[in-house]
Design a protein around this ligand. Structure first.
Ligand SMILES: Cc1cc2nc3c(=O)[nH]c(=O)nc-3n(C[C@H](O)[C@H](O)[C@H](O)COP(=O)(O)OP(=O)(O)OC[C@H]3O[C@@H](n4cnc5c(N)ncnc54)[C@H](O)[C@@H]3O)c2cc1C
Length: 223
């Protein structure tokens, strides 16, 4: 009861299917029973045998997929079949095309949204090219649609800019700390670079850089 969960994908690194799961904020559906939780479990390697269910994922029923997941969660084996049968409903879905978004490509492999000279057609969606944005988001599709409509029909509205996080030092500092579960690069062993830590801290003392590093927890209170 009162589940407030906000996703965060968990991957089972020992899973031969490379199972992951995520539990996003409930309820996922308007009619969802408040006592039930909707979980999204998925696997990337559907051709190989499971570690508990000795079948390829693509041949498994929902119950079998649930059993494999419960096994990786560490549920004692004597409960696995019972829980998968009586406490869960799993609906398997194959999405064979989704990884196509991530196939290696060169810049010219995808057409521009409005190709040079086009006046009455455009390309929309994940396989059209728009500079700097990253695929696998609904925003990407929406952006291509905006570019197409505004561009072809001469609508005088700006397409929202892709947020330039890669050029924002604050964002980069935050990400490097988050990537290491909250540890600052100054707290981990940097090998031969360790000798630069102390001089660096000294050099930035009292400067705006010190403030920046403190604000983003690269420099912690005890440093
Ligand atoms: C498992 C998964 C998880 C995702 N998670 C996220 C996420 O968390 N956040 C996020 O932003 N994005 C996520 N995405 C990506 C996002 O869902 C897609 O990028 C987005 O839905 C693409 O929208 P679209 O309108 O461009 O294309 P689509 O939604 O693919 O729409 C294309 C439509 O065209 C129809 N169609 C195809 N051929 C024809 C035809 N010949 N005639 C008529 N109709 C046709 C199709 O049936 C479909 O309805 C996820 C995608 C997947 C698969």
């Amino acid at each position: 009861t009162g589940h407030v969960v906000t996703g965060g994908i968990v991957s089972c690194k020992d899973s031969s299917w490379l199972l992951s799961w995520t539990i996003n904020r409930q309820g996922q559906f308007k009619q969802q029973d408040k006592e039930k939780v909707c979980v999204w479990v998925y696997g990337l390697f559907t051709d190989v045998l499971g570690d508990y269910v000795k079948k390829p994922m693509k041949e498994c029923t929902g119950k079998e997929i649930t059993m494999e997941w419960l096994y990786h969660l560490g549920v004692p084996e004597k409960y696995i079949e019972d829980y998968a049968t009586n406490s869960a409903i799993c609906i398997p879905t194959m999405m064979p095309y989704i990884t196509a978004f991530f196939m290696p490509r060169r810049k010219e492999d995808r057409p521009d949204v409005i190709v040079d000279g086009a006046v009455n057609f455009a390309f929309l969606g994940q396989f059209a090219h728009t500079p700097r944005d990253t695929v696998f988001t609904t925003e990407y599709s929406v952006r291509t649609a905006m570019e197409a409509v505004y561009g072809l029909l001469g609508v005088d509205r700006g397409v929202p800019e892709v947020w330039g996080s890669v050029y924002d030092i604050r964002e980069l500092l935050d990400s490097s700390v988050k990537l290491m579960d909250g540890k600052s690069p100054l707290e981990i062993n940097l090998g031969p670079l360790n000798i630069f830590k102390k001089p660096l801290i000294k050099a930035v003392k009292g400067t705006i850089i010190e403030k920046l590093l403190r604000d983003h927890e690269v420099l912690k209170d005890n440093m």
